[in-house]
Write a protein of this length. Structure first.
Length: 356
């Protein structure tokens, strides 16, 4: 890449500084920054009706998952934070929460094998068989951070589901009775945020405790009007039942339907480049383009038609120089490989951009 850069710069005696590129982007921002919109979703505070197990596998314990649904109404959205409320054993320190993992699911039949034999009464309106891989965030790999806050030292629910998760036709256990524990709020920050296009999804948190189990608390499920049009109910499964899911209300308790207590927040990302609109200096990025932290692709930093700040290129060499500097910056940031940078500059050199 350095050879191509030197050749083009020597040919025209024009070199653009990083300051020049930054100035152009600042002007681009003033001209066309996208209008940002916040995203929030909440099912509300716990209602004390039921608490259901949601934990990862650990020695002597199988994984058990609880999931509840939410919607993204319009535009691709970056979900940056979440909260959910549950019970930990009475007297347990907040530090007993060792890890949190979040998964997002499409609604069945998406991501599911519809040809196999079901072992539950129905899968209609359940989470899919498998999670959306790119949306998983885990404290163990640093893709999320979390904190636990004590809400109430003692909180009692009328019913619970911990072990009574069975395939049909033994699924209706009516629950395992009242449980008392510490009510804790788990606050989560995603890094990177979770990018989701408009749609209907299920949110599934898990908490690993050093001792005992985390039980996710239910929230009110209004019906007139509903929380949102198409609001479903919470579902549960363990590794023995997976990939199937059971309805906590209709299947296990035998009546009713529950929501789970959680909230989500974030911001729109209209062009879907992974940078929130309020931070995006280059809205309208083409799908699939590699962008920097400002949401700008190399083509947007150094457009063929002329500098981002306006006007036209003085000559072809000035354009190539701008592309080379942008490619070098992307390479230094680890956004592209050296081979990719070389190819980008070579293509710029072979183009007619900036030519008279």
């Amino acid at each position: 890449m350095n050879y191509v850069m030197r050749t083009e710069c020597n040919k025209t005696k024009v070199v653009l500084s990083n300051k020049t590129l930054a100035g152009g982007l600042a002007l681009l921002l003033l001209a066309s920054q996208a209008s940002a919109a916040s995203y929030t979703f909440s099912t509300g505070v716990p209602d004390g009706k039921i608490a259901t197990l949601s934990r990862p596998a650990s020695p002597g314990k199988i994984q058990t998952e609880t999931a509840d649904d939410f919607i993204v109404v319009s535009n691709t959205t970056l979900i940056s934070q979440a909260t959910f409320t549950g019970l930990i054993p009475s007297g347990a320190p907040l530090s007993s929460a060792l890890n949190v993992e979040i998964e997002i699911y499409h609604v069945f039949p998406n991501d599911s094998d519809t040809n196999r034999t079901l072992h539950v009464p129905t899968r209609a309106n359940s989470p899919g068989d498998v999670e959306i891989d790119h949306a998983t965030r885990d404290g163990l790999d640093g893709s999320l951070s979390f904190a636990a806050t004590l809400v109430k030292a003692s909180f009692t629910v009328s019913n619970s589901v911990v072990n009574g998760i069975h395939a049909a036709t033994n699924q209706t256990t009516h629950g395992e009775g009242p449980v008392t524990g510490e009510e804790v709020l788990i606050s989560v920050t995603f890094n990177p945020p979770i990018s989701l296009p408009p749609g209907h999804y299920f949110f599934r948190p898990e908490v690993l405790l050093s001792s005992g189990d985390f039980l996710w608390l239910s929230a009110p499920k209004p019906t007139a009007p509903p929380l949102f049009v198409g609001d479903l109910q919470s579902w549960i499964r363990n590794d023995a039942l997976a990939p199937d899911w059971l309805r906590i209300g209709a299947d296990i308790v035998g009546a009713g339907a529950f929501n789970a207590s959680f909230s989500l927040s974030g911001e729109t990302d209209v062009d879907g480049d992974g940078v929130a609109d309020s931070l995006d200096l280059c809205p309208g990025t083409p799908a699939g383009a590699i962008v920097d932290a400002n949401g700008c692709s190399i083509d947007q930093i150094a457009p063929c038609g002329g500098p981002a700040s306006g006007g036209t290129w003085k000559n072809h060499g000035q354009y190539v120089s701008a592309v080379a500097q942008a490619a070098e910056a992307f390479l230094e940031q680890g956004l592209i490989s050296a081979d990719q940078a070389d190819e980008i500059v070579a293509q710029a050199a072979q183009s007619n951009c900036g030519g008279k």
